[in-house]
Write a protein that binds this ligand. Structure first.
Ligand SMILES: [Zn+2]
Length: 255
């Protein structure tokens, strides 16, 4: 099974990350050993358990001083963000600084595929919005017992930001109308269309409506305040309206 599309080298990409696995140069060889020891590139030895929170809190004593899981994740985030040219892996908007603004995203969700919670190829950096909106959507269906990470050809319906090329799957354009930046996304493939309908269109609408220059900004804020004080069913209904709206906008702009 080939993990990466032709022309890309899995070991070279892993080595490029390991060379920057800690902010302090002297600790990098030790950080690299820790990540290899943690089966970061190979889930076969891993239990099917979500170790994310645990890893953050773990500390390792090395000849160059203490290394913490939080430091390792911070270096990983920097590396992934650099690979993505400081853009969100899904919506391509510029990433803001700070861990909260650029969460590490699990492509296969932690709940459905806990074995890949801490797996190099399952991680990307998204914006807070995409991370939140993607939250409840379902990952590609693989057996929970799957132990080696699937290759790009195995993802037959889900867009994978580390294994697939964004431009091949999604057409992205932005128009500026009355000072409001309106991002537009259209799927070119099954993967791209799924990504759009699952959350990218909703993200685009949210960006448009929540732009402070939007005429609707005040209205949307009122609606959102209303939603938080009401039930989940109301949220689902409002979200359905949001998605229908953005789909109409995208169709009008690209059709
Ligand atoms: Zn995003």
């Amino acid at each position: 099974m080939s993990l990466l599309p032709a022309g890309r080298d899995r070991l070279a990409e892993e080595a490029a990350y390991l060379a920057k696995s800690h902010r302090r140069v002297k600790r990098r060889p030790h950080a690299a050993d820790i990540m290899k020891g943690e089966s970061f590139f190979d889930a076969e030895r891993r239990e099917s358990r979500d170790v994310w929170g645990e890893f953050y809190k773990t500390e390792w004593q090395t000849p160059e001083g203490l290394i913490t899981g939080a430091e390792l994740m911070s270096a990983l985030r920097d590396h992934l963000a650099e690979l993505q040219e400081e853009q969100c892996c899904y919506c391509r908007q510029p990433l803001l600084k700070g861990g909260f603004a650029r969460p590490i995203e699990h492509v296969l969700s932690r709940s459905e595929h806990p074995r890949f919670t801490l797996h190099f190829w399952n991680l990307a950096v998204s914006c807070e919005r995409c991370n939140r909106l993607k939250g409840k959507t379902q990952s590609e269906t693989f057996a929970r017992s799957l132990s080696s990470y699937p290759g790009h050809v195995d993802f037959i319906s889900q867009y994978h930001p580390r294994l697939h090329a964004f431009d091949a799957h999604i057409k992205y354009a932005a128009i500026i109308q009355n000072g409001v930046n309106i991002p537009l996304y259209a799927g070119r493939t099954v993967h791209g269309r799924n990504l759009c309908s699952q959350f990218l269109h909703a993200a685009a609408l949210e960006m448009t409506l929540l732009s402070p220059k939007s005429k609707l900004y005040g209205d949307v804020t009122t609606i959102q305040n209303f939603i938080v004080s009401h039930d989940e069913a109301a949220i689902d209904r409002v979200q359905a309206v949001q998605i229908a709206l953005i789909e109409a906008m995208v169709n009008a702009a690209t059709g």
